[in-house]
Design a protein around this ligand. Structure first.
Ligand code: FES
Length: 147
């Protein structure tokens, strides 16, 4: 059912954790299943993503897609990171079962929400980026400890 790459990223997820004083943080919820994803970005003065970490209260496909997404945006410019769509992440993982495609949206949306946070903090506009619909702000989550 799952590709070897999906199983690898599920069993050994990369970049799990938090970044203190992150340049941008995005937290999103999946409307379909209620799962939650948070992404932290560390962006340098040249708008290169130095580091990226994630935490999720989500399913295995959400873990695998987030792990791959963080790997794909690390070291990239903001512009390049905008091209890391859920489709690109799924391709990099050799696909997901159709019923799990919605899970891959969490990572893309969380990256966009984190970039939006960064843009707002720095008073800049990122081409092609629109305000995240499902951004969850601090204090709105149910139980932080459940992550
Ligand atoms: Fe919720 Fe996969 S079932 S993210």
């Amino acid at each position: 059912m799952y590709s070897e790459k999906v199983m690898d990223h599920f069993n050994n997820p990369r970049n799990v954790g938090e970044i203190e004083n992150a340049s941008g943080v995005g937290t999103v919820g999946n409307a379909k299943c209620g799962d939650i994803m948070r992404i932290y970005l560390d962006i340098d003065d040249n708008q290169i993503i130095r580091d990226c970490k994630f935490k999720t209260f989500g399913c295995g496909a959400a873990v695998a897609t987030s792990s791959m997404a963080t790997e794909l945006v690390k070291g990239k410019s903001i512009k390049e990171a905008m091209e890391v769509t859920n489709k690109a992440v799924m391709e990099a993982l050799d696909g997901l079962p159709p019923v799990k495609v919605h899970c891959s949206l969490l990572a893309e949306e969380a990256i966009h929400a984190a970039l939006w946070d960064y843009a707002e903090k720095n008073h800049i506009t990122i081409e092609g980026l629109s305000k995240p619909k499902s951004d969850i702000h601090e204090g709105e989550e149910a139980e932080e400890e459940e992550y």
